[in-house]
Design a protein around this ligand. Structure first.
Ligand code: MG
Length: 248
């Protein structure tokens, strides 16, 4: 099971957090906050688009946010390392305030534990950040093993990560499901190893052509499981099934 944007609402309110951080620190410095947010959004897209940089930078998120902010300030001809650090730190604080578990997560984990289902968390990212999230929401008690990229030195979608989790659980790949929001990391890569990949969609749920041939599920809160073609998709909260008429 994945953590960010699967159990934890990690991405919700990101732009709002950036705006408030920019209003608090860039506004007084004479920089238009919405203009800086727009530059940050552009920079962020470029920054995370490179897989190598993504892999390196996600292990230290405060550094990454500082670099993104510094680059965005540079785009506005207002380069200022000190201001970039301040905005990134303020943004980080706001993110921590904002992050909460999705509704129903604790109840779902309690149910899985009560049924005796072995559970592994497999999460990419900064070791200290991921552990802080896990501790803050008291999630460790539900899992037989927790694999954090920043601790292991390697992350999804590397095979060794899933194989390590399976070995710790004592479960064969064909008997395991991987649940998460990232199509490659949580669905396609596990499927290549024989696990069943379950794609959890929280927000907008795009239909993805690479899904054909995979197993499909739609899980709409309070209405049980809905089977679509072949890929399993979990849709929580009030979101509607993304696959439209093909979902039944
Ligand atoms: Mg995730």
């Amino acid at each position: 099971m994945d953590l960010d944007d699967t159990l934890l609402d990690y991405s919700g309110g990101v732009d709002e957090c950036w705006l408030h951080a920019c209003e608090a620190l860039a506004g007084p410095a004479g920089i238009d906050p919405p203009g800086l947010v727009a530059a940050i959004v552009e920079t962020r897209r470029w920054f995370w688009s490179d897989p190598g940089r993504h892999r390196t930078e996600r292990t230290d998120m405060l550094r990454a946010w500082t670099r993104i902010t510094a680059h965005a300030l540079g785009r506005l001809d207002r380069a200022d390392e000190g201001l970039a650090s301040g905005i990134a730190a303020d943004f980080a604080d706001r993110r921590w305030e904002r992050m909460t578990l999705f509704p129903g997560v604790i109840a779902a984990l309690e149910t899985l534990r009560a049924r005796g289902i072995p559970l592994a968390m497999v999460t990419n990212g900064d070791a200290s950040h991921q552990r802080r999230k896990i501790d803050r929401h008291d999630l460790e008690r539900f899992f037989d093993v927790i694999v954090v990229e920043g601790e292991m030195g390697v992350g999804k979608p590397e095979e060794v990560v899933y194989r390590y989790a399976l070995s710790k659980l004592g479960v064969k790949a064909e008997d395991a499901w991987m649940v998460g929001d990232n199509l490659e990391w949580d669905v396609l890569a596990p499927q290549r190893l024989g696990l069943r990949g379950v794609w959890l969609l929280g927000g907008a749920a795009p239909h993805h052509p690479r899904l054909s041939g995979a197993a499909r599920i739609a899980w709409v809160e309070n209405s049980g499981v809905q089977h679509c073609d072949s890929t399993w998709i979990l849709i929580g909260g009030t979101h509607q099934c993304a696959t439209g008429p093909s979902c039944r």
